[in-house]
Design a protein around this ligand. Sequence first.
Ligand SMILES: [Zn+2]
Length: 228
Amino acid sequence: MEIAHGVFGIALWDPSWNSYNNCYLIKRADQFILIDCGKEEQGNELLAALSQIGVDPESIHVLIATHGHKDHIGASHLFTLSEKWIHIQDAARLSAKQYEEFQKIDSDTGELRGLPFTLLGHHTNGSIALYDPTTHCLFCGDHICFFGDKLPQEGLLTSGEDLRVKTRDFVTAWSQSPEDRYRYRFDVFVQGLHLLSSYKEVEFLATGHGPVLRNQIHDFLNSLVAVT
Ligand SMILES: [Zn+2]
């Protein structure tokens, strides 16, 4: 589904995890950028979705992984001609072949193909967020995501009031448990929220799993910071 002008959200249903695994294609005048690529076994489904958009795998100029989990990098071998990027902190998660193929981002902030990125480092040490200033889409990987959530009636793109409440409740409960704060590095999570909320013009929050949120994203992120 085209979630913003030239930005396509591809939600691949994963029956073994009972969740959508998301990828995003950014279509520019002169290049195609793919953010994440699903599990290896979802490769055919991803290719079918790209073909619906009119893109073949050889046309993907750049593949950027938000992090190194298999549901985000598993099908990377399909993009034989792409330049591939992952943060160096997640390089150890790559297979030997992927390690050869991927270039490593070695800074905490910067820009890749016109997309500013920032290291969040919570979900995995090398988790990054990418922002598209042209369409105001924020790709946050799994720092916040809607794992296991079904798509609402309106489809992939939603204002998702229920998802906002659910996420706030989750963060609130986490903040109130000293044990979970320590175990799941709550402080690093909160630092990441601050980094995400520094993008003030965001219109779409495109996460690693499930529905894409639209509208008042800055307010939503601030509301999460507020309960921490
Ligand atoms: Zn994931």
